[in-house]
Design a protein around this ligand. Sequence first.
Ligand SMILES: [Zn+2]
Length: 495
Amino acid sequence: MIRIVLLVVVYSIIFLALSIVAYNTWLQYRGVNLPYSSPIETGGETPDFIIVVLLDGASSPVVQSYIRSAETSVLLDMGLFLPNGRSVYPSYSGPSRASILTGVPPAVHGVVSNEGAFKVKITGLIDLAREKGFKIINIGDGLIETIFGVKAVAIDEGAGQGSLALKKAVEVLRANLSNGSKVFIWVTVNDVDVIGHKAGGFSKEYNATVKNYLILIAGFISEISDVLNRGVVVVLSDHGFKKGGHHGGGEDTVMNTFMFIAGRGIAPGVCYEEFLLIDIAPSLGILTSIGVPPYSMGKALATCLGINPTPAEMKRKEVYNLLGTRETVSMFTDQLWIRLFIITALFIPLVLEVRRIGLKPLTLGVAFLVIYIVYYVYSVRVYTFSDIYSFTEVMTKIIVAVVVVSFLTGLFAARFYPTRGEVARGLIGAYLFIITVVFIGVSTFLVPYGPVVVFPNPDWDFAVRYFAMLITGSFSGLVGMPIALVTAILIQKNR
Ligand SMILES: [Zn+2]
């Protein structure tokens, strides 16, 4: 019996270690090191101001459903609406901001999470604007402060944060125009994202918040309409939301973004051309004559914006050449046989013991797994990046599930066996079976991809489930088994 307990504990610790390796290797991703490259100058005169308003988390279909309403249709008279944008992967706020400003996907710029201390090393629109003599002002965006090192003008957080931020933007714009300095203003409206996370991306509250901000943005543009032809204003979103969940994954509702652009040289209307977040940097760079960022991999939105696409295209080709044929695929096929060998070797002790545990513990183990899966489907629901708001939240959900189901398993076991000794032996056998099943599940990821969760991973949804399996396995052995044992033994005593 001691041997089985040891096996359960040792394998649980292996699962825990693997989960830490997976999490850390993901957070330690720092992008691709590319050789030096310079931006492409496009000539032409820069405008007096560039304003980017990030309507964080506003899904394009929701924006489309309101933008023609009486209160906001003025937007379509003043600027160009592009409803068909797509976010990057992972569709978190930090990675998408970095892509908007550099024209590079997260796999290259290296910002792959909102957690951890990610910084972008490569030159983006902010640097180009600064070189062209623009003052850079970041209004209310802590992520832009961390990622790009542009200190944020603090805006009080809470309902209406975005309204205060827009007000501040008008103030900053007027002040700079009146003393003759060019200014690049990044403004972030948080409210839509905050409500999306709290109430879900299909809720009344979320829809109302998007509508409210479209009205506020229409007001904002109207308020600066006297100077609009001296600059460019872009309003855009970084991602949408999953129904009832968060964002981060590749679901359609999460990937939908929009862009609205008004000002110097922009013909108002609607342009249905599809675009990616990485197309924004080169397009804006050409439109405002600050140049195409040195590692830009996007296309210029030539049809919508009436700009010359050639500089963006040249850059794109150059960067793809710099990237060359990356060996991401071979990383997963290299050492495949070694991984298969190690995992098979680790599987043998489990199988040898499981064979001997008997039918009753097996039934208990199956009961645990069935209840756990039902609980998972109805309550935990972590399947893709979009189901992860924070690491702590995922851990808590899974640990609670393990504790509840282990307690139930303990209750069942007490009815199953007549004596304390037997119930203890039965439960320990059951947890060995559970660990074995988790081991098989985890192996289906470990054999093809290995323990280091590199970015980009060929199958991120699978990687998320792999991580969930590891946490489930380790906590089942380390926390679940003791809980089940104590529950069963205490009940046994009372009978
Ligand atoms: Zn966001």
